[in-house]
Design a protein. Structure first.
Length: 316
């Protein structure tokens, strides 16, 4: 290689290895989501505020929602900025703290206003919204839809509405059958001599599975089970079963419960599984607005068996 060629090649290598000076030009500042939304709203060809009123159903509703947002923003119980830094157990504890905050509004606000409050909460904390809905939408909804007026009054007096000594869950889904209500295996066998139903999990696949609230927080549940009277099956009916002592939270005799564990989301819901081993409940714990079982073991069916599933309409 000639001297000139070697010099040229060395120059190329030196140029290649030379570190370029940092540019003095600053990168443009990235916009925050709020700044981006503000910029887009300015470009709108319509009145954004008027559109908000339209979507909310009127100016009055918008102002109510904004009031809720301000309350939630200032309530430390609903803080969400550290949700990825706390444990599953801490999230569940916070969920029950929120129960204590929100239950006041159940009786203090008209239903349409409270519904708007919960709609706002659902955007901020969907996990709490779902857990709260398990009690009021499914458990309490089952009482309201399937209990006689006397039974409903009884359970309300026990704290079902005010969450006073009673937190509910909804034990329908089973490990082997999912939400196939007609195929559920859990049994409720009538004992005429004792005037009681015996709630029982006959197989592993009959285990109630993925039940929101069962793992830690629920004291009672509405159980979907196959009604058996004098050896005859009458299909799936609903029964109120106590899971835990309301003072000590220890499991009641014959109740076996486990925790499903951490999930990909909504850890505020303590999903669990339940097995019943010959658990006895009073006959009157069967919700009898539609199907009725008398003290003598006489079964009176409704004109439409589907009425039994009324609580599922809203929840599902």
């Amino acid at each position: 290689m000639s001297e000139s060629a070697a010099s040229q090649r060395l120059a190329f290598v030196q140029n290649h290895l030379q570190v370029a000076a940092c540019s003095a030009k600053e990168e443009p500042k990235k916009k925050t989501p709020v700044e981006s939304m503000t910029e887009e709203r300015v470009k709108a060809t319509f009145d954004v505020r008027e559109m908000t009123y339209f979507l909310d159903g009127g100016e009055k509703n918008t102002k109510i929602r904004e009031k809720f947002m301000l309350e939630l923003e200032r309530d430390p119980t609903f803080r969400m900025y550290d949700m990825y830094d706390v444990t599953k157990d801490e999230i569940r504890y916070r969920t029950m703290e929120k129960f204590r905050t929100i239950v006041h509004y159940v009786s203090a606000e008209p239903v349409p206003i409270f519904t708007m409050r919960m709609q706002t909460i659902s955007m901020i904390d969907p996990g709490f919204w779902t857990r709260f809905g398990v009690h009021y939408g499914l458990f309490f909804g089952a009482l309201r839809g399937s209990a006689t007026s006397a039974q409903f009054s009884h359970w309300v007096s026990k704290g079902a509405l005010a969450l006073n000594g009673m937190v509910g869950c909804f034990a329908m889904t089973e490990l082997g059958h999912g939400s196939n209500v007609a195929g559920l295996e859990t049994t409720a066998t009538f004992d005429e001599a004792a005037d009681q139903f015996i709630i029982h999990t006959p197989t592993i696949t009959a285990t109630k599975w993925w039940i929101g609230g069962a793992a830690h927080s629920a004291t009672h549940c509405v159980v979907f089970a196959q009604l058996i009277v004098r050896g005859k099956r009458y299909g799936t009916k609903s029964f109120v079963v106590q899971l835990r002592d309301t003072r000590t939270y220890t499991l009641m005799p014959g109740i076996n419960i486990g925790d499903i564990g951490k999930k990909m989301g909504r850890d505020g819901i303590d999903n669990g599984w339940i097995q019943f081993t010959n658990v006895r409940i009073p006959r009157t714990n069967m919700l009898m607005k539609h199907t009725k079982v008398s003290r003598a073991g006489e079964v009176k069916e409704p004109p439409m068996a589907q009425l039994t599933y009324g609580a599922l309409i809203q929840g599902r």
